[in-house]
Design a binder for this molecule. Structure first.
Ligand SMILES: Cc1ncc(COP(=O)(O)O)c(C=O)c1O
Length: 348
């Protein structure tokens, strides 16, 4: 039986070239700034994202946390999307470790926030009842919003509102290269107006570990101190940086293949009786859908599809499939056939 793992792009394994790069990496103590491979990755990342500096971090979650801690103090408030990963999936790190409250703003269907909603969420200054708003957090692509792409114009619209009030803007860009590839825009143009950004090496880009936080020299210096404080100072981290360099050099353009496979998946799902899915929502490598009433629960669907060799995730009533480097059109066919069979069985 062919098994197909559509749970997430985090399941991607390093390429042969990445494994070789890890073996051959020149190493040093990165906490002292002496790992040449980490230094090279950080320079490459900063240049690619159009920011002054960068710091390698253990994960996307750590990158977002360091950005929040570097911008805010205990008692401050950040604005984040009601469907954001920072709010839903990062263990309330900002609250627990920073004493920072999160004010939620609606995300549109594909993830964008409306400038008027951001404006309404910013606390007026000079009133002791209110916490100061000290950071706006965006997400691109927006995982929970169908892996949707937030356009340059949409980003710049909310940046203007925040910057007019001297509020910096951070982007959780775990999959920012998926957004840039979809928009056919150089990534540095897409994030030109934002102050800082985290992107992940370990998702669609296939590196085994790590994310990079990019921003101004001053901001990155603060983030480095927080990284040390939360135990993220790693020694010969060139082992992690080396596959990250391969990822940036050779894995970005191929994300278009994942998008094309996701479109095949999406179009196929939309044809299957009992599946509720709008194929227009599938922009990148993430496809969400629901089950029509009478076809059983999502949990049952996930379990029974797993028995047919197809692994997927579900949360809060929706089922998610994610394409990545190990998924080919043949895997998509196998998955669609299995879903079609299962819906026939569950609908009886
Ligand atoms: C949008 C988004 N941000 C951040 C993260 C966190 O990344 P990590 O798992 O490396 O902590 C994820 C992980 O899936 C994500 O989807």
């Amino acid at each position: 039986m062919m098994t197909v793992d559509l749970r997430s792009d985090v399941v991607t394994l390093p390429t042969e070239e990445m494994r070789r790069a890890m073996y051959e990496a020149e190493l040093g103590d990165d906490v002292s700034g002496e790992d040449p491979t980490v230094n090279r990755l950080e320079e490459m990342a900063a240049e690619r994202l159009g920011k002054e500096a960068a710091v390698l971090v253990a994960s996307g979650t750590q990158g977002n946390l360091l950005a929040i801690l570097a911008h805010c103090r205990s008692g401050d408030e950040i604005i984040a999307g009601a469907n954001s990963h920072i709010f839903w999936n990062e263990s309330a790190g900002a609250a627990a470790l920073g004493g920072i409250q999160t004010h939620l703003v609606p995300n549109q269907k594909q993830g964008a926030m409306l400038p008027e909603d951001v404006e309404a969420a910013i606390r007026p200054g000079g009133d002791t009842h209110y916490p100061p708003t000290t950071l706006l957090c965006l997400e691109n692509t927006q995982n929970q919003c169908n892996g949707g792409v937030v356009t340059t114009e949409e980003i710049e619209g909310v940046c203007r509102v925040a910057h007019d009030r001297d509020i910096p803007v951070h982007v959780d860009g775990a999959r920012i290269f998926n957004a840039a590839v979809y928009l056919e825009t150089p990534v540095h143009e897409l994030v030109r107006e934002v102050d800082d950004i985290t992107f992940c090496l370990s998702k669609g880009l296939s590196a085994p570990i790590g994310s990079v936080l990019c921003g101004s020299h001053e901001f990155i210096a603060k983030a480095r101190r927080w990284r040390k404080m939360v135990g993220g100072g790693m020694r010969q981290a060139g082992i992690i940086a080396a596959p990250g360099i391969v990822a940036l050099e050779s894995m970005v353009e191929r994300l278009a293949v994942d998008h094309s496979n996701a479109r095949l998946l999406s179009q196929g799902l939309a044809q299957i009786s009992g599946i509720v899915h709008n194929p227009e929502t599938a922009q990148t490598n993430i496809v969400f859908f629901e089950l029509e009433g009478g076809f059983g629960t999502e949990a049952e669907f996930v379990r029974r599809l797993g028995e047919k060799g197809i692994s997927v995730n579900s949360s809060y009533g929706r089922i998610r499939m994610v394409t990545h480097r190990h998924i080919t059109p043949a895997h998509v066919d196998v998955a669609l056939t299995a879903v079609s069979q299962l819906m026939g069985e569950m609908g009886r």
